[in-house]
Structures are given as structure tokens and as C-alpha cells.
Design a protein around this ligand. Structure first.
Ligand code: FES
Length: 267
């Protein structure tokens, strides 16, 4: 009896303090750290990236230079019946992949919706948590399908990165290294890290297996799962680095294509 009473005490007091925080309203918390600081870079970086990506999507210019192709416009699809920017035809896929990413969801729910603004911090409108079971947030469950499409995009962007090392000459194509080649290569390496560290991918490979020695190809599957788990622990890092790299890769192609800067040839 005594044990039962004791084990209930901490839970009761936690429930009481949660209710008290909810009653005190938005921003109420017992946390003493500067929890709000981490919201600022998310708002600034995601906000700036969204504005830049939207502008570039509709700009419909300066996306190619010699063997370089901006990742915002790859694969380059220009059907005759489509009068607008070709980027609109393809960008839904990588943007959908990022928008439904588990890490980014946490980041933008906190930073933009303030729902909640942080762990153990009061919301503006306390409500019953319904998860992502209702429209529109139920669409977040499409993440796995965006992952499949993202893997196809990875293959295409690897092709673009490799192609960027081959330049036209009077005698045909020749191997060379430009700053743009390195920019596109760095970008696809980081995008690969981001995609391979995806939580959904980790689940597909081995997250749903209780016993690796009991399933077909359990050994290779376990080793793949261990590698993906290693990357998965760094998913947040890849999420940010690849966001910067894809934006900077597009910016670089735009600057050389528009003649603002010259592409430096290293080889
Ligand atoms: Fe972030 Fe899948 S969870 S890309």
C-alpha cells in the first residue's frame, strides 16, 4: 500500500505542475535556461531559405552554366505545354521531403507555430493533442513516399555532380575541376548524408525488426541498419548542412550564369 502511494506521488505532482503551466498560459515554464534562443536561428534560416527558394523557383533564369546545373532545376524538364518555370514541376518533391521530415517538423512547429514553443513551455491555446491524425497534418505521414522520390533525385544529382567535372573543348568533352564542380559535389555528398540518415529509411531497413537473425538477409540488414543508425544520430546536422549547401550551390550557379562572378578552373 505504502509503495503504491509513494509511486503515485511524483506522477501526481508532475500532472499538477503541467496543469499549472497550462493555466498560466503561453510561455509559462519552470525552465531556467534560455530555451527560446534555439528558435531564433530556425526562424532566420528557414525563413530566409523559403524566401530565396521561392524567388529562385519563379525566376526561371540563370540555372545553367556550361556543365553546371542548379539543384533547384534538376532534373531539367521543359515540356512545350508548360509556360512557367521548370523548377515548379520538380521542386515539390525535395520540398515535400524536407517539409515532412521528422526533424524539421519539430523545428518549425516550435519556431513558427509556437506549438509548443519548447519542451515544458506553455502553449498559447492549450488543446488536446491529436498527433498528426487530422487534415492537414495527417499529410506528414507521406514522408516515407517522399523518401522514395528523394532517392531518385539523389541519383539524378549525383549524375549532375559527376557531369560538372566534364567541360566542353574544341576536341570534345574533357575532364576538369572548377569551383562549381566542387560546390555541386559537396552539395550532393551532404544531401546523401541527409537522405541516408532519414528516420523512415532507418525504420524500413531494420527499425521494424525485433530479431535480425530470424529474418531473411538478417546479417547484411543489421549491418546496413547499424550504418544508417550512425548517420541517423547526426540527422539534424545533415539537415542544416544540406539546406545550406543546396541553397549555396544554386546561388553559385546563378552568380556564374549571370556573369556576376567567374568560375575559377582549378584543373
Ligand atoms: Fe528527416 Fe526523413 S526524417 S528526412
Amino acid at each position: 500500500m505504502l509503495r503504491t502511494l509513494r509511486s503515485k506521488e511524483p506522477r501526481d505532482s508532475m500532472a499538477e505542475s503541467k496543469t499549472a503551466i497550462a493555466r498560466r498560459g503561453f510561455g509559462a515554464t519552470m525552465r531556467r535556461d534560455a530555451w527560446w534562443i534555439e528558435l531564433i536561428p530556425v526562424v532566420l534560416v528557414l525563413g530566409a531559405f523559403s524566401v530565396y527558394a521561392t524567388w529562385r523557383t519563379f525566376e526561371n533564369n540563370y540555372y545553367e552554366f556550361e556543365s553546371y546545373l542548379s539543384p533547384f532545376y534538376s532534373p531539367l524538364i521543359k515540356p512545350k505545354w508548360w509556360p512557367l518555370s521548370p523548377a515548379i514541376l520538380i521542386l515539390w518533391a525535395p520540398l515535400g521531403f524536407r517539409a515532412t521530415c521528422y526533424y524539421y517538423r519539430k523545428a518549425y512547429y516550435r519556431a513558427f507555430f509556437l506549438d509548443p514553443p519548447g519542451c515544458a513551455v506553455g502553449e498559447s491555446h492549450p488543446h488536446r493533442y491529436s498527433g498528426e491524425t487530422r487534415f492537414p497534418f495527417i499529410l506528414q505521414n507521406l514522408h516515407r513516399y517522399f523518401l522514395y522520390v528523394a532517392i531518385i533525385f539523389l541519383v539524378i544529382l549525383w549524375y549532375d555532380a559527376i557531369t560538372s567535372f566534364w567541360f566542353d573543348s574544341p576536341t570534345g568533352k574533357h575532364f576538369g575541376v572548377g569551383v562549381g564542380s566542387l560546390v555541386l559535389l559537396t552539395n550532393i555528398i551532404l544531401l546523401t548524408g541527409y537522405t541516408l540518415s532519414c528516420h523512415s529509411l532507418r525504420h524500413i531497413i531494420g527499425g521494424n525488426v525485433d530479431c535480425f537473425s530470424c529474418v531473411v538477409a538478417g546479417g547484411p540488414r543489421h549491418s546496413a541498419w547499424s550504418r544508417v543508425s550512425f548517420l541517423n544520430e547526426r540527422h539534424m546536422l545533415f539537415a542544416w548542412l544540406s539546406l545550406f549547401s543546396v541553397g549555396l550551390a544554386d546561388l553559385y550557379v546563378r552568380l556564374v550564369a549571370s556573369g556576376v562572378i567567374r568560375d575559377l578552373r582549378l584543373l
